[in-house]
Write a protein of this length. Structure first.
Ligand code: ADP
Length: 397
């Protein structure tokens, strides 16, 4: 079975074509700068030279048609006919309380995705454009929607409710939804493969966006992101948890509109806002090592926010069997993992320094006999989407 995975942003379309028997990537790439004068297709096929094309691409529909041409191309293609693709899996972002798992996209599902735009005004519209582009370019192709939020539909109500007047929950569906669920689900499945079922696990997705999830026997019981991805850890440019009273006070003092405050909290805060150096962890770390005090502070605040969540999730889970690091910082930062594991040594974590010196590879980084086992597990959201697509089609999900 071959599955094409599509992940659309407002001006980009990323894709990967999987062979599901071997779970290998046959082709992958992206169209960038959709809607601008010159868009760029970069396309790689296993065993062939990378192909790039600069051409105007007006919309996601044209972007997909460019991708399909590349996939079918005699020289740099990966398939002989579109009929070789069995299904398309879409990164469908926000499924609210409606989608508790991945689903075949039929008209009613697409309509519901449109109804949910109010909850994810930035992320759901491009996902919908991706679905519509497939309907246009690949009529009749089975499509599956994989929602970032569905993993969190197992959260108990006491965990997802905010302490606001109940009417706002009813009127605006205001509750914790959680995001990055496809990534947390992927790594937690891998932990189950490694350790067997019934384990209490905390997964740390530390990238430019960052979140932590508490998982009990494969089911999410709490997560740090909330109604939007702004809640939780300090991130590259997002502030994470703050006193909510600050929002109104900032609007008054700085004479800002709600949209402007949102912009400050989403795009100008976090590592960037505190350090004044960059949103990229590597540059902030470099600056801190060179003596920049604010950069060092930004990293301390980031680590502190992680420890705070890990501590509270251990209390919620009533113990911990495994801690997992994933995404850009989690997979690559030896120093971040070392700092956090040392702070958590009281749990009985014994760090294996040699194993921790690896970057970007799956590894158990705790010593044999460590009371809590610690893993680095590279995330692979595209593969998770491809697996779901296969499983939904085969009636396994
Ligand atoms: P996203 O997919 O959300 O853009 P990623 O998961 O790619 O984010 O993570 C990006 C983050 O990972 C950046 O802050 C970057 O600095 C960090 N990162 C990548 N490589 C390294 C590394 N070798 N050491 C430390 N941090 C790294």
């Amino acid at each position: 079975m071959k599955v094409l995975v599509i992940n659309c942003g407002s001006s980009s379309l990323k894709y990967q074509l999987f062979d599901m028997e071997s779970e290998t990537v046959l082709a992958k790439g992206m169209v960038e700068k959709i809607g601008l004068a010159q868009s760029l297709l970069s396309h790689s096929v296993a065993g062939k030279e990378k192909y790039e094309e600069e051409t105007p691409v007006k919309n996601h529909n044209q972007a997909l048609s460019l991708v399909l041409r590349a996939l079918l191309h005699e020289e740099h293609g990966a398939i002989g006919a579109l009929s070789e693709i069995d299904a398309v899996g879409h990164r469908a972002i926000h499924g609210a309380s409606t989608f508790t798992g991945s689903v075949i996209i039929i008209k009613e599902v697409l309509d519901t995705m449109k109804d949910l735009i109010a909850l994810a005004p930035l992320h759901n519209p491009p996902a919908i454009l991706g679905v519509e582009a497939c309907l246009e370019n690949m009529p009749g192709m089975p499509m599956v929607g994989v929602f970032d939020t569905s993993f969190y539909q197992t959260l108990p109500q006491k965990t997802y409710m905010y302490g606001l007047p109940y009417e706002y929950y009813e009127k605006y569906s205001m509750r914790r939804y959680g995001f990055h669920g496809t990534s947390h689900r992927f790594v937690s499945r891998r932990v189950t493969e490694l350790l067997g079922p019934g384990k209490k696990v905390i997964t740390c997705h530390l990238g430019s966006g960052a979140s932590i999830t508490a998982i009990d026997d494969g089911r999410a019981v709490d997560t740090s992101m909330g109604f939007t991805p702004l809640q939780g850890l300090l991130m590259g440019t997002r502030c994470g948890d703050i006193d909510p009273a600050i929002v109104g006070i900032l609007m008054e003092k700085e004479n800002l509109t709600p949209a402007q405050v949102s912009d400050v909290m989403n795009k100008k805060s976090g590592l960037l806002g505190l350090s004044g150096v960059s949103s990229d962890f590597r540059y902030v770390e470099e600056a801190a090592l060179a003596g920049n005090q604010r950069a060092a502070l930004a990293i301390e605040v980031f680590y502190q926010s992680i420890l705070r969540y890990i501590g509270s999730y251990i209390a919620e889970l009533g113990g911990l069997d495994a801690l997992v690091f994933t995404a850009g910082i989690g997979e690559n930062s030896v120093s971040a993992r070392e700092y956090l594991c040392r702070k958590l040594a009281y749990l009985g974590i014994e760090l294996d320094e040699a194993a921790n010196s690896l970057r970007g590879k799956e590894a158990e980084i705790s010593k044999a006999g460590s009371k809590v086992r610690v893993f680095v597990i590279p995330t692979n959201e595209e593969l998770m989407i491809a697996r779901d697509t296969r499983d939904v089609l085969l009636g396994r999900l």
